[in-house]
Design a protein. Structure first.
Length: 253
């Protein structure tokens, strides 16, 4: 039976994939959107775009690393409308690998996901319906440690593994979990990239792929397939060979 996805919560919704998913669902039957971000101006603009399609939009300026505040916000949203889909999407790039930036990357990309998912699971367990979905935005960078972005790729490997395991664990409780591993998608993160970005795609195209595969309950939503294959292959090669390949690949400057 196809699940109804009417009440949707998305973190990191002020730009990139989060924004594009919000607009996609606003156009495709959502009734209530709960959107969070850290930039009020950008989040207000996303709210306005979504409201043009007749959906109710509730926004929240919040940092996903704030455990107690995230729990309170999720509970408040659940009281307004029973959540059908929660997308743990907020994330940051590291930039220069300083100790401060490394900590911020792990805190946001890992603990931010935990702070979103754990309260969601508890809320879902209190309901008997089957319209309960969790989606975690990881990255193709999570398939193997990347020398050009060690901290970022490590955090995405963590959330990928966590989501894949959680999918199996929560399946018996009728909670659907999908892990999203996109390649290079237009965003504020990729706007800063100086390295080549093969198979670069718009956030709108990525959002359409993600939403349709969530609807089909594809466990690992990884795209585009040539990049998925290449990163998977690198992950299974002997280290001596993968080290050589990484050494000759162009790096960020």
């Amino acid at each position: 039976m196809q699940k109804k996805v009417e009440n949707i919560l998305i973190t990191g919704a002020s730009s990139g994939i989060g924004e594009a998913l919000a607009v996609y669902y606003a156009k495709h039957g959502a009734e209530n959107l709960f959107l969070s971000g850290r930039n009020k101006e950008r989040l207000d603009a996303v709210q306005q775009r979504c409201q043009e399609h007749g959906v109710k939009v509730y926004t929240k300026i919040i940092d996903v690393t704030e455990k107690e505040n995230m729990q309170k916000w999720l509970e408040q949203c659940e009281q307004i409308a029973p959540l059908n889909l929660v997308v743990a999407n907020a994330g940051v790039s590291t930039g220069e690998e300083t100790s401060v930036n490394i900590f911020n990357t792990f805190n946001t990309n890992v603990m931010g996901v935990i702070n979103t998912i754990c309260p969601t699971v508890e809320l879902y367990r209190k309901r008997n319906d089957e319209n309960k979905i969790i989606a975690i935005t990881s990255s193709i960078a999570g398939y193997h440690g990347l020398p050009s972005c060690p901290s970022y790729s490590a955090t995405k490997a963590c959330t990928k593994a966590y989501g894949e395991a959680l999918r199996q664990q929560l399946n018996k409780e009728n909670i659907q979990v999908n892990v999203i591993c996109p390649g290079f998608v237009k965003s504020r993160i990729t706007d800063k990239n100086t390295c080549p970005m093969p198979f670069f795609m718009s956030a709108e195209k990525a959002a359409e792929i993600i939403a349709k595969r969530i609807e089909k309950n594809v466990g690992l939503i990884s795209f585009p397939w040539p990049m998925r294959f290449a990163t998977w292959l690198l992950s299974i090669l002997p280290n001596r060979l993968s080290d050589y390949i990484y050494a000759v690949l162009p790096h960020k400057v």
